[in-house]
Design a protein around this ligand. Sequence first.
Ligand SMILES: [Zn+2]
Ligand SMILES: [Zn+2]
Length: 557
Amino acid sequence: MSERIFIGVAWPYADGPLHLGHIAGAYLPPDIFARYHRIKGNEVLMVSGSDQHGTPITIKAEQEGKAPGQIATQYHQQFLDSWQKLGISFDLFTNTGTANHAEVAHDIFLTLLHRGYIYKATVSQPYCPHCQRFLSDRYIEGTCPYCTSSGARGDQCDECGKPINPIELIDPRCRLCATTPQFKDSEHFFLKLTAFEDRLLAWVKQQTHWRQNVLNFTTRYLEQGLKDRAITRDIEWGIPVPVDGFENKRIYVWFEAVIGYLSATKEWARSSGDEERWRSFWQDKDVKSYYFIGKDNIAFHTIIWPAMLMGYGNLNLPYDVPANEFLTIEGKRLSTSRNWAVWLPDYLSRYDPDPLRYLLSINMPETGDTDFSWREFVRRNNDELVATYGNLVHRVLTFTYRRFDGCVPEPGEFDDLSQKVLAYAKEQIFNDMGDLLSECHFKAAILNAMFLAHETNRYLDEKSPWKTIKQDRQAAATALYVAITVLSALSTVLYPFLPFSSQKLRGFLGFEGNIEDYGWKLNSPPPGQRLLSPEPLFSKLDEGLVEEETGRLGARC
Ligand SMILES: [Zn+2]
Ligand SMILES: [Zn+2]
């Protein structure tokens, strides 16, 4: 019985490179989840794209003297390259600059407008008399009214994380020329969130399977009472407002970016040759839709996007929004402006993808913030990936390859201990990890796999086939057969986390083709199957890199 799973992934702003905070928060978890469901035989659609609109991009473009579209295209290409190198397996990673996306956004905008869920109102907006422009969101800065931090913006304070209305800022100034803005009237469209308050509360109450942090945040937010929110801006870069008289305004980025989940599905359907296929992921009630995001994005996915979907009608609401907490770097809050970040393209230019995927999985900020440090990166790589898992693989395969003519040996009778290990590798590991993965408990799931590797090392220490082979070749063959069975199980259960090394290990075990085609079950190589000449799966990292890498943090690029 195969399931259909929709996976929506946060849309990164195309205004700068990705960093490890993005990956731990929103990009590695859905990839693990998607790979698990695919290998299980479920039909998965995982989509996202780069967010090409919004003031972060226009500000970056002005700083670099380029057009916003140029900046967006440049980083979109870089994102695609990073996904490929890190193995983030999107079915489609598009962008919000496509004609298709604008068309779908207009359809939703106009439908909500006709149904009375979007209305027009006049509001007072900050305006710079010197620059002669309205100052949307990031174009206005000042002191945060909540935490008195000096770098708060017109949409949010990064220091305390609170959303801000520009009028609340203390000592507001134009970001471009530092002039104190005036407030001028401007006509805008508003999303009538208040109309959805009761429906949302009732719906959220049913979501008992959500993570506690997501459920608590959403419930608190709803109980404080919703406010209607402006969804257009006085800017030139973005999706035009499909209403006469609004030619100088654009749809605000947060309103159209969430629509990307639907528009990306439509784009995917069209390129698959069946334009109507998007319905199978959005209108079939049996499909579960998961949204993977960082915790700063929860309200958009548990309140605003569901409200838009309710207003539009006949589209699936989110089933789960497993938002992650934050990743700190060397004990400090990640800051892109202070360059206190580990940039993904830098990482990928120097190291393999699987060690990073391993560390971020086993240290995933699922229920609280976690820390990334280079020392921990080296330690986990050397002591766990190399010494526990890699060494298990290497000692079993090289010894078997050398002493049993490069073939899986024929086992003799299994004693109790061997039977216990085999039973674990045959069934229990798949059941235990399958349950955890399907509930998005990634950290606990990978710990199970590492426990099996650890126990199998102990099994081999006890059986010590490298010694017994001299007196009892059959006993050695049996122990190695058991260990090879475990390796086969590990290649499958670790595949969602470590796709590159898992595929490689499959090859060493003598299997051909894509590991995903073998299913979420044990495929043990039968006695006599030819093995491939093994190589180490992982390499030891030099302690010296810790100092070198931490030295780059906070430095000017
Ligand atoms: Zn603040
Ligand atoms: Zn100005």
